[in-house]
Design a protein around this ligand. Structure first.
Ligand SMILES: Cc1cc2nc3c(=O)[nH]c(=O)nc-3n(C[C@H](O)[C@H](O)[C@H](O)COP(=O)(O)OP(=O)(O)OC[C@H]3O[C@@H](n4cnc5c(N)ncnc54)[C@H](O)[C@@H]3O)c2cc1C
Length: 458
């Protein structure tokens, strides 16, 4: 039987590798099993979401694991949203006050190998081509399959940690064993990824230090920079158009000619930048987007879920990975505080579950903001007021995006405060075209009464 300080991690993705490093540094013996091949040997077998926005929560966790510097070498700074309207020039809407409040674009194909390397260096062996298939929790046996030859490989375990992503096989085994209740709500929108290659001189073909966004009401397109001077473009469309809307949708935009017509009409400045538009569109199936709700995350001290395996979310706040990294830290800290794994997993679940639910909800809300609101005048006025109130009351009025992205305020607190702030902003800007003549005294009273000081605000 494995020893008391031995854990088996299933999945060497982002959370799996980071957790392995954090555990090894605290003296745990960790073995990792990964379904795919080693990306360092074969080249990256890409999943979806090629590049990811890394924010403060993720950076903090990476720093605690001693890998931040290595990751940041491959990151591209994004200062804000570069909004491409239908007509007229592009405009940068900053995320924060200055360059101390930015997010970072990292390529999954750089990040995952960097973390894998660090996990192995920290002492965690990673076994590739080992897909978790079945688990006997009572006997402490798990069966893994090598998908190259379908051969089974059985292992013994005391505790399994599921870092195997949204389609977690460990979660499925826990559902079967202990009746966990799970539900995935799929969005009626999906996405496809395309690439903007470097310019002829090897440089970027658009402003690199921004997240580009083409908001078009019920659909949108975004592009994030990669350090090899490319952009990953993601197109989000409804699966089916609302009756009578005339909106493009995946059911109606299928062929190369149809996607060209869509870009020509809605994203004309992006069209000349994507040479393989037609081919990529026809060859990449749309990716599904969903939110996973799960009632329990652990099975006494024998199994626990981390990251997407516990709480997959839609990507519109760019927080899935950041949240997964925060989970890893919360998990190892709970393990240090508690004498048994069962108690540690229970404490981890109590701490993280409401926060995961909060960021899942905020991620869903943010889709509407990104595709529909960033470009409208009412939203701009609220943003202007938000910044003014932050300047006047920096300890109390902290913009929603700042709390989620540049701070480590628990997500549930960020959600609650954001709701109060939105009410204040909506009430104060109703029927106004500008902030002229606004009642700053009344606003100051509302802020003082409704928003207690926030620790860490500056
Ligand atoms: C379009 C899109 C854009 C996104 N953008 C962002 C962003 O900007 N910022 C952000 O923070 N997050 C973003 N995310 C979310 C982010 O990708 C995930 O939250 C993150 O990858 C979760 O990490 P994880 O380790 O839990 O799962 P994963 O990264 O999915 O890793 C799971 C690992 O487990 C392995 N595995 C799966 N099944 C098995 C099995 N049965 N046995 C063994 N191994 C298995 C997989 O091969 C994989 O290596 C985005 C997601 C999408 C879809």
């Amino acid at each position: 039987m494995p020893g008391e300080r031995e854990l088996v991690l299933v999945g060497a993705g982002l959370a799996g590798c980071l957790l392995a490093i954090l555990l090894c540094r605290r003296g745990w013996k960790v073995t990792v099993y990964e379904r795919r091949g080693d990306p360092r040997v074969k080249g990256y077998e890409s999943g979806r979401s090629i590049n990811l926005a890394l924010a403060e929560r993720g950076r903090h966790a990476l720093e605690q694991a001693g890998v931040l510097e290595a990751v940041m070498r491959q990151a591209v700074m994004m200062r804000g949203r570069m909004v491409h309207g239908r007509d007229g020039p592009t405009r940068l809407h900053r995320y924060g006050r200055d360059d101390s409040e930015v997010i970072w674009s990292v390529h999954r194909a750089d990040l995952n190998p960097t973390l894998l390397e660090a996990a192995e260096r920290a002492g965690a062996p990673v076994h590739f081509h080992r897909r978790l298939h079945t688990v006997d929790f009572d006997a402490g046996y798990a069966r893994l399959i090598d998908d190259r030859d379908d051969q089974p490989h059985d292992i013994r375990f005391r505790t399994l940690v599921g870092t195997d992503g949204a389609g977690s096989a460990l979660r499925a085994a826990m559902v079967r064993k202990a009746g966990l209740v799970e539900r995935t709500e799929f969005l009626d929108h999906s996405y496809k990824e395309l690439t903007i290659p470097p310019a002829a001189d090897g440089g970027f073909r658009m402003e690199p230090h921004a997240l580009h966004i083409w908001p078009r009401g019920r659909y949108m397109c975004i592009a994030l920079p990669n350090d090899e001077r490319t952009f990953t473009v993601t197109v989000f469309l409804p699966n089916q158009a609302a009756p009578g809307s005339g909106d493009p949708c995946f059911a109606s935009v299928r062929s190369g000619a149809e996607v060209r017509a869509l870009f020509d009409r809605d994203f004309p400045d992006a069209l000349p930048l994507i040479p393989d538009l037609e081919r990529d569109w026809e060859h990449h199936p749309p990716g599904l987007l969903g939110t996973l709700y799960l009632d329990r995350w652990h099975l006494d001290g024998r199994a626990v879920l981390v990251g997407d395996a516990a709480h997959a979310m839609v990507p519109f706040h760019g927080q899935g990975m950041n949240c997964a990294f925060e989970d890893c830290l919360a998990m190892v800290e709970a393990m240090e505080r508690h004498g048994s794994l069962e108690a540690a997993f229970a404490a981890y679940e109590v701490e993280r579950k409401p926060n995961a639910a909060a960021i899942q909800a905020m991620a869903l809300e943010n889709y509407i903001e990104m595709r529909d609101r960033v470009d409208d005048a009412g939203f701009q006025l609220q943003r202007e007021l938000e910044l003014a109130l932050q300047q006047r009351h920096p300890q109390r009025f902290v913009p929603h995006y700042t709390m989620v992205t540049f701070m480590r305020v628990p997500y549930a607190v960020a959600l609650w405060r954001s709701q109060v702030q939105r009410q204040i902003l909506t009430e104060a800007t109703r029927g106004r075209a500008s902030l002229d003549g606004i009642d700053w005294e009344a606003l100051a009273r509302a802020v003082r009464e409704r928003l207690p000081p926030l620790e860490g605000a500056r």
